[in-house]
Every structure is written in structure tokens, then in C-alpha cells.
Design a protein around this ligand. Structure first.
Ligand SMILES: NC(=O)c1ccc[n+]([C@@H]2O[C@H](COP(=O)([O-])OP(=O)(O)OC[C@H]3O[C@@H](n4cnc5c(N)ncnc54)[C@H](OP(=O)(O)O)[C@@H]3O)[C@@H](O)[C@H]2O)c1
Length: 333
């Protein structure tokens, strides 16, 4: 598998990251082991987890799987969501993060985390405190690089300003939901990442399974994550089963048919075609992972990429629309 640089760093990671949110949840430890081994065999080295996945079980399983592989792997985890009762059992304060990192190290059976990500912007902690804590964790050797997840564009830039003020590099990645049916990051987050030199790690590249073709228009889903959703199932389905999303799926089906590949591979390859974007592939079974790994090693043509992008294009909102219009007027295309 190809390697790319993580942000502006010298750290090379595989073009596809392996997500482990299913480990210890819908995938047994045995199935997780099979997926982990297959991913390494395919040349992958970039593994993503979080303390909150299966309430620590995903990290524990990974800790056992990493035993003979730790040095070959770039290990990413996250903290923010609630792990314990009380004000320090969640969030991105210094006290919460310093405890969370120790707990993750223990579960992962390692002395260091390669990429430590703040799982979500914390409205109750000053970003200066969070960034200073990340810097200290790096100085202590417990963490090698820092990243964020579920931040807006201005929050990413503010984080980088806080880091620059104390003279360090700051965030190297932003982990965000991004797929052919969830493109909100294109307004601000992706431009912010490119401008600040961060990689965008794309979670949910298959829209939770919708972009595989296994859900059909007009049919209530009987199985798969969207059918099992713990939130109101009706809502999980109606949120995705829109006219626009089925139009995207239909455009993908045409490309997949012409290319003789799967719809999932088209979804992931569309992300791979974009500068600075590293898809995190998630799977419940080895068979699904095998399918998803086939997204690497080829590229959509410019025409295919454009057609897919147009199928799910977003509303051109103010002020982005105004800035584009005014600049075209002043400077021409
Ligand atoms: N930072 C965050 O807030 C955040 C949030 C979510 C995830 N993540 C990370 O991103 C990773 C990927 O996210 P995701 O799981 O939401 O990704 P996704 O690719 O959108 O959905 C994965 C799910 O789709 C189904 N699937 C996958 N491959 C398939 C295939 N080839 N054919 C048919 N069905 C297939 C499986 O569910 P079923 O078979 O059960 O339908 C699988 O669990 C996670 O593991 C985690 O590391 C991060």
C-alpha cells in the first residue's frame, strides 16, 4: 500500500487507515484479529481507535493484537467522550487528558501513542489549556503527534495559533466525517486543513454502510449498521434515504459497473483522489475489509471524479458564494 505524509510531518502513514470502532462491538476479538492481520499483510500501518470505542474494549483488543507489531504501526487514539463519572471523566482539560492518556497507554499496552486526537471541540475548556497539555504530553514522550476531530475550520485555526504562540507545530491532522454523502467539511474544514498543513482523516467514508449499495430506495433496511442504529431507526434511515443520496448512489453504481469494482471501492477512491485526505476504512467482517482494501492502487479518471462530485454537490452558501462571486467579478476566473 502507498504511504503518504501525515500533515507536514516526516511521518509516513499508509494511504488507507484502519478504523477499529467495530472491534469488541459488532466484531468479535477473533474477527478483529483477522482484520488487523489482513490489513498489515496488505501493507497498512495506520490504525485508529478511541478510548470510548466499546468503552475501552477496542483499545484493549488492540493492545493484545499489537504485541509483536507495535514498532511497525502508527497508532492513533482519542479522548474527550465520557469514560468515568464526574468533571474529569471526560473533556479536554489538563486533568482529564492527563488521566485519559495514562488509561489509554495501559489498555493499549504501549509506552507511547503516535497520534493523540481530541475527539471533539470542548466548549468548556480554553483551547490554550488543551494545546498546552498536548505539548506537555509530547515532551513527556507519551505522545508523538497531536490531532483533532470534529472541529470547525476556525477552531482548527485557533488551535494552531495557540500552538504557534508557544512555539510548537500544533495539530497535524483533523479527523472528520467525510464521504460522498457528507460533504460539509468542504466549506471550511478542508480548506483550513490544506492551508494549515493538516491531513484530513476521513471517518464514515461509506456513510455508515449506505455507500455500499446494500440499502435500496423504498425498502426499509433489515440488516446492517443503519438498521441496527441505536438512535431512532426510522431517523437513521430517513436521514440517509434522501433523493440526493440515492442520486449519488446511482452515479456510483454506473462508475462501479464500468470499472468492474464495488460501489464501496468507488466511495473510498473518491476520497483517495483528494489532496490531503486519508480515508479511515471501517469494517465489521474480514470480507468487508477485503472489499474496502481494493479501493487502493488505482484512480478514478478526472471525468468520473467530477461526475461523482456533481451528483452530491452542496448548496453554495453565503458567505462562500459571495466571496466566489465577488472575486470572479474583480479578478476574473
Ligand atoms: N472521530 C469520530 O468522531 C469518528 C466517528 C466514527 C468513526 N470514526 C473512525 O472512523 C472509522 C470508520 O468509520 P465508520 O465505521 O463510520 O465508516 P463507514 O465506512 O462509513 O462504515 C463502516 C460500516 O459499513 C459497513 N461496511 C463496511 N464495509 C462494507 C462493505 N464493503 N460492504 C458492505 N458493508 C460494509 C459495516 O457495517 P454493517 O455491516 O454493520 O452495516 C461497517 O461497520 C471507525 O472505525 C473509527 O475509527 C471516527
Amino acid at each position: 500500500m502507498r504511504c503518504v505524509h501525515l500533515g507536514n510531518t516526516g511521518l509516513q502513514v499508509s494511504a488507507l487507515s484502519l478504523g477499529t470502532m467495530t472491534f469488541g462491538r459488532e466484531s468479535s476479538e477473533e474477527e478483529s484479529r483477522r482484520m488487523f492481520n489482513r490489513y498489515l499483510e496488505a501493507g497498512g500501518n495506520f490504525i485508529d481507535t478511541a478510548n470510548v470505542y466499546s468503552n475501552g474494549v477496542s483499545e484493549e483488543i488492540l493492545g493484545r493484537l499489537l504485541e509483536d507489531h507495535r514498532e511497525k504501526v502508527v497508532l492513533a487514539t482519542k479522548a474527550f467522550f465520557r469514560m468515568e463519572e464526574g468533571p474529569y471523566g471526560a473533556g479536554a482539560s489538563r486533568k482529564a487528558l492527563m488521566r485519559a492518556v495514562e488509561e489509554s497507554l495501559r489498555r493499549l499496552r504501549t509506552g507511547y501513542i503516535d497520534l493523540y486526537q481530541i475527539h471533539c471541540w470542548d466548549l468548556s475548556t480554553p483551547i490554550d489549556e488543551t494545546m498546552d497539555t498536548l505539548r506537555r504530553l509530547i515532551e513527556q514522550g507519551k505522545v508523538r503527534y497531536a490531532g483533532c476531530s470534529n472541529f470547525t475550520g476556525w477552531q482548527i485555526v485557533q488551535s494552531q495559533r495557540a500552538a504557534a504562540f508557544s512555539g510548537w507545530e500544533g495539530l497535524v491532522s483533523a479527523q472528520m466525517q467525510y464521504s460522498l454523502i457528507e460533504r460539509g467539511v468542504e466549506y471550511e474544514v478542508l480548506p483550513a486543513c490544506l492551508d494549515e498543513g493538516l491531513s484530513l482523516l476521513a471517518w464514515g467514508p461509506l456513510g455508515g454502510g449506505f455507500l455500499t449499495g446494500k440499502y435500496r430506495s423504498g425498502e426499509q433496511p433489515a440488516e446492517g449498521r443503519i438498521a441496527r442504529a441505536t438512535e431512532d431507526q426510522e431517523e437513521a434511515w430517513s436521514k440517509r434515504a434522501t433523493k440526493r443520496n440515492f442520486a449519488v448512489l446511482s452515479a456510483m453504481e454506473k462508475v462501479a459497473k464500468k470499472r468492474g469494482c464495488s460501489i464501496s471501492q468507488v466511495a473510498i477512491n473518491w476520497l483517495l483522489c483528494q489532496e490531503g485526505v486519508i480515508p479511515i476504512v471501517g469494517a465489521r467482517t474480514l470480507e468487508q475489509l477485503e472489499d474496502n482494501l481494493g479501493a487502493e492502487g488505482w484512480v478514478l479518471t478526472d471525468d468520473e471524479f467530477e461526475r461523482l462530485s456533481r451528483a452530491g454537490s452542496m448548496e453554495n452558501l453565503y458567505p462562500y458564494r459571495f466571496i466566489e462571486w465577488a472575486n470572479n467579478r474583480v479578478w476574473g476566473k
